[in-house]
Structures are given as structure tokens and as C-alpha cells.
Design a protein around this ligand. Structure first.
Ligand SMILES: Cc1cc2nc3c(=O)[nH]c(=O)nc-3n(C[C@H](O)[C@H](O)[C@H](O)COP(=O)(O)OP(=O)(O)OC[C@H]3O[C@@H](n4cnc5c(N)ncnc54)[C@H](O)[C@@H]3O)c2cc1C
Length: 408
């Protein structure tokens, strides 16, 4: 494909949301793109992602609106319940007209990843089951040694490999300095819909821990989740067996339907667990290596904006490279300048969310449930959501259409 980045070879590390989205836009500007993903195949799993505001606009500009809507999940509301499954506070999507806590488009993270991967698979070279073992950034290119032993040279390398980015570590140094922990942990896994829930979410809290289930996949399954409070992690983030042990230990003895959900942790095909943390970096690039999505500015699941900022970041990074193809340094600077202020606001959305989801006392749980119960009776309640919507829409997408070749 011809375009301003014709002849430019770019390696992207990570094939979740940011990586395939970046590959999509780079290809549309003529670049030859390789995406390397550590997992042997596209990873399933993860919660329902809210698509709203500017993230939805990027999906529309990618021409994927219909495909995303076709893969989206119906979700009409959520109830905080007591140990006997009696609702103690309920929010309905209709109460907020699709712009409230329940967004108009909600899609499983794994499904969104699949849709973007499918849209790029014919034009982008995907390498699954491999990863970058070493990088040498020279003045005219980056020599990359893959774990498989291959050695190749690329003009640019972009890390889209998540909050624990290995690309970031290789290019910029050790991880720990860049992660700000938010004292909340989250686990998600697919489980049987043993209560026959229809398009609804149930959430049950005990002091310091919350478990829930949300009907997915035409109500054939639920996405179960556990949230608990705790200080900085003392385990290896790659050690899934230990993560499962932690989940069992922290949820042991919980009432409601928790034992049933917990019993499925070990066999779930898509268990995911992480501490909620934000990535804060002084710079999102070094030399010929840049970062995008969670690798650069993870806002944590508590903001509900992880997929949105990954999509927007990918769009802007590719757009700026295409707008100035002869000067990647200037393009990386413009990418940062454009996004930084908005991302500070997005990061701010995490404040208080851990306590709201998982109050630390019985009275905190009762207060949260009462607030939820009353919220729908507040006149002009949509105003309550206005500041969140201002942030969701708080970035104006630049127009890069002159440097983008129409999608084939
Ligand atoms: C399986 C999975 C489940 C998730 N579940 C949730 C969830 O339930 N709630 C939530 O808020 N967020 C979840 N996330 C994170 C969420 O997807 C991101 O916050 C957001 O969508 C931004 O995406 P990203 O592409 O920047 O990063 P991520 O979605 O984290 O994707 C990073 C990708 O890079 C790959 N990768 C990691 N290391 C390497 C390496 N060294 N080399 C090559 N590839 C590598 C990973 O396998 C992954 O595919 C999940 C992520 C994954 C991968």
C-alpha cells in the first residue's frame, strides 16, 4: 500500500488492543508492520469493555463500528445484592440513557481484540509465540533479537505489551519505578451461568472483598470477578499459579454464590489477575522505540478507560508518524504533547473507585448500596455522569486523513 510511511518497517510488540489498532493505522499509511505476541495465539478473556466517547469515534474511523456492535453484549443493569441474592441497590442502563455507568456499547475485551486482529490479519505479519529478547537501538535502525533466535532490523519498534511491558524495560530500564499501585486487586474468569442470569450483573460485597458475575455470550456464561484491597504486590506478575492461590485465599469463606464461582477458577480458560496500578512515565519513547496503550500510560481497570486510551493512543501515534515520516523523534514528541493532558484527567477517574467497588467495612457496604439505590431517584441524575462523560469525550481526535490511504 502506498502512503507516507511506505518503505518503513515497524515492529509492534503485543497483540491485544493497542498493538493491532496501531498496526491497522500504520498499514493504512503504507508501513510494513510486524506484530509479535508472546502468547501462542490471540488471548481470550477480560471483562466487558465500555466503548464510549472518543474511543467509539476511533472504532468508527476504523470502519469497525458494525463489527463491534455485532460482537457487543447486552447489559441492562446491575444489582448489588446481599448474601441471599436480594437486590440492595440497582442501576439500570435506561436510567442514564446509555451514558451512565452502563455504556451503550459493551464488548468483551477478547472480542474487541479479535475484531481488530481480523481487520488487520491480511495486511500485517503476526508472529505468535515469540517475543523480543534484546533490542539494540542504532542511529539508523533497531536490531531486534527474538526469543526464537531470529535477528531482524526495523526502522522503529513500538511496545504495546501492557502494563508490565518488557519493551519498556528493555528500552528504558526497570519496571518498578513506573508503576503506581492503587491498593486494589482484580481477577476475572469465565464461569457457568448457574443462576440463569439474563443480561444483568450481580455484585456481592463483604468488608474488603467483592465478587460478582455478569451474564455474557447470550447468557450462556458469566464473567466472574473478584476484587479485594491490599498493598503493593509481593508475587511475580507472570506466575499464574500463585495468582490463583491468592484468589482462592482471599475469597475463601465468602457467602452468596462465591464458592460456586471460585470452584471454577482453576479450570477457566481465560483467568486474568492483576493489581490495579497506573503507569507513569516521563517520556513515552527513547530513540527509535516508543510505547503505546497500557505500556505507556496504563490508567488501571478502575478508570474503565483502558481500551479507549489504547485505541486513541494508537490512532495518534500512527497519525503523527505518518504526518512527519522523516522525523520520528518529532512525531513521538507530538504524540505525547497531544495526549498527555487528557490522560492526566483519565488517570484521575480511578480516585475512590477501589473503595466504591470494595468498601472495607459493613457500614461502607451499606452506604454504597444506599447511594446506588437512591441514585435513580435524583432529579437530573445525568448531571452526575457529566464529568465522567466530559473526560471520555475530552480529547479531540486530530484529522489524519490526508496521510491515510482509504481502507481496501
Ligand atoms: C488476557 C487479558 C485480559 C485482560 N483483562 C482485563 C480485565 O478484565 N479488566 C481490565 O481492566 N483490563 C484487562 N486487561 C487489560 C486491558 O486489555 C488493557 O488495559 C487495555 O485494553 C489496553 O490494552 P493494551 O493493548 O495496551 O495492553 P494489554 O491488553 O495488556 O495487552 C498486552 C499484550 O501484550 C502481550 N505481551 C505481554 N508481554 C509481551 C512480550 N514480552 N512480548 C510480546 N507480547 C507481550 C500480552 O500477551 C497482551 O496480548 C486484560 C489484558 C489481557 C491481555
Amino acid at each position: 500500500m502506498r502512503g507516507p510511511l511506505e518503505g518503513c518497517c515497524i515492529l509492534v510488540s503485543g497483540a491485544s488492543i493497542a498493538g493491532p489498532a496501531l498496526a491497522y493505522w500504520l498499514h493504512r499509511s503504507g508501513a510494513r508492520v510486524t506484530v509479535v505476541e508472546k502468547a501462542p495465539e490471540l488471548r481470550p478473556g477480560g471483562q466487558l469493555v465500555d466503548l464510549r466517547g472518543v474511543g467509539r469515534s476511533v472504532v468508527a474511523r476504523m470502519g469497525l463500528d458494525e463489527r463491534v456492535r455485532a460482537a457487543a453484549e447486552a447489559n441492562y443493569g446491575l444489582s448489588f445484592v446481599d448474601g441471599r441474592n436480594r437486590p440492595r441497590g440497582t442501576l439500570r442502563a435506561e436510567d442514564f440513557g446509555g451514558d451512565g455507568p452502563i455504556a451503550e456499547i459493551e464488548i468483551l475485551r477478547g472480542e474487541l481484540s479479535r475484531v481488530i486482529h481480523e481487520a488487520t490479519a491480511a495486511d500485517v505479519d503476526y508472529l505468535f509465540g515469540d517475543h523480543i529478547a534484546a533490542l539494540e537501538d542504532r542511529s539508523d535502525g533497531v536490531d531486534v533479537t527474538f526469543a526464537s533466535g531470529d535477528v531482524r532490523t526495523f526502522d522503529l519498534v513500538v511496545g504495546a505489551d501492557g502494563a508490565h511491558s518488557e519493551t519498556r524495560r528493555l528500552a528504558m530500564g526497570e519496571d518498578a519505578a513506573h508503576l503506581a499501585h492503587l491498593d486494589t486487586y482484580l481477577a476475572f474468569w469465565t464461569a457457568q451461568n448457574h443462576l440463569g442470569i439474563e443480561d444483568w450483573t450481580y455484585i456481592y460485597s463483604e468488608p474488603g472483598r467483592t465478587m460478582g458475575m455478569r451474564a455474557i455470550l447470550d447468557n450462556s456464561r458469566v464473567m466472574a470477578f473478584l476484587s479485594f484491597r491490599g498493598g503493593p504486590p509481593a508475587y511475580d506478575h507472570r506466575d499464574v499459579a500463585t495468582q490463583k492461590r491468592i484468589v482462592h485465599a482471599r475469597a475463601a469463606g465468602m457467602g452468596w454464590e462465591c464458592a460456586q464461582l471460585l470452584a471454577q477458577v482453576d479450570t477457566a480458560p481465560d483467568f486474568w489477575f492483576d493489581s490495579c496500578a497506573q503507569v507513569r512515565l516521563d517520556s513515552w519513547s527513547r530513540g527509535r522505540v516508543a510505547l503505546v496503550g497500557d505500556a505507556a500510560y496504563c490508567s488501571s481497570p478502575l478508570t474503565g478507560h483502558g481500551a479507549t486510551i489504547a485505541l486513541v493512543g494508537a490512532y495518534v501515534l500512527a497519525g503523527e508518524l505518518a504526518a512527519g515520516p522523516d522525523d520520528h523523534r518529532a512525531a513521538f514528541e507530538r504524540y505525547e504533547e497531544r495526549l498527555r493532558r487528557w490522560l492526566v484527567d483519565v488517570h484521575g477517574l480511578a480516585a475512590g473507585q477501589g473503595q466504591m467497588m470494595t468498601p472495607e467495612s459493613g457500614s461502607g457496604i451499606a452506604l454504597r448500596n444506599n447511594l446506588v439505590r437512591l441514585a435513580r431517584y435524583v432529579p437530573g441524575k445525568s448531571l452526575l455522569m457529566r464529568s465522567q462523560m466530559r473526560i471520555s469525550n475530552g480529547f479531540e481526535l486530530p484529522d489524519y486523513s490526508v496521510s491515510t490511504v482509504p481502507a481496501g
